[in-house]
Design a protein around this ligand. Sequence first.
Ligand SMILES: [Zn+2]
Ligand SMILES: [Zn+2]
Length: 335
Amino acid sequence: MEPPTNYGHGNRAFLQALLARGTLTYPEARPIIAAIINADNAKNPDSEECRPDQVSEQIFMKYIDKASSAVSLFDYEIRSTQHQATKERIFALVNTASDPQTQLATIYSPEELSFIKRVLDAMFEKFNRPRMESLCITEMQAIKLARPPRRESQGGDEPQSQAPVDRGLKHSEVENVLESLVEGGWFEISREGFYSLSPRALMELRPWLVDMYNDADAEPNDWQRIKFCEACKEIVTWGLRCSDPDCTLRLHDICQQAFWRSRRGTTCPKCSREWTGDHYVGERAITMTEAYQRGRRRSGGHRNTLADDVIREQGAEEESEGEEVGGGEEEEEEE
Ligand SMILES: [Zn+2]
Ligand SMILES: [Zn+2]
């Protein structure tokens, strides 16, 4: 692999901007590229000022291509994906040599990392059941995960003497970690207050998520925790599902139109049921329910435990939850 030709100050500045942000969209890149072009032209008195709206997508892609070949020398790659809800194309710098845990380990303490793992487990196990695939978590629910579950066998509160004890996080620390995950581009927070994985996290974590949460020996039509869009084959954490609760067909909102157009009909190719388009994957599995809408009207925006109420009401949660913080519940998933 050779260094890209004509790689100048401008390309370096562009890469720096991408490095600093982690991700970049075309609209975000336009003013950056315009500033770079203007800086380059500063020595030339005859040059005209470049406005952001003059930066075409073609120019943007040239900068992406140059940056891409430059970073490939250092085990990085620029990948792109579409945001599942907004359709926006997002470019991200991905480290191909180290996994995300290693990257996160440079930022977070062991207690914080184990909290993050508990949050991911909640997103992909507890809040991701065949009947309700919400794949997101509220701050209230995350606070319940502040401490590691207590071992039943240990009985009382006595900590074991050997091995450092993971005391978990304080509530204020939970808030800080969630905030920094959003800032770092790993999590997104929705208007309704649900945290979910960002497009960049889905891109980087994809192999890990599949490895961690899916059953490699499952049959092709078995329900799996990590689901893929029938059209684009990317992970679905925000999208649509077949009206048959036992059918595993999932589609992104942004993919469904083209998908059905190419089939000249809207019967599910897996189960032959009519596609209704109003069964959801992601937070809308909660927020679009009658119970949630009713609860929100009634509580007038105060909805700390509303998501929990809805999940319970929909019967998506088998076990009844204790009040204690950090609850000792374990999943009994293995059949
Ligand atoms: Zn898709
Ligand atoms: Zn179906």
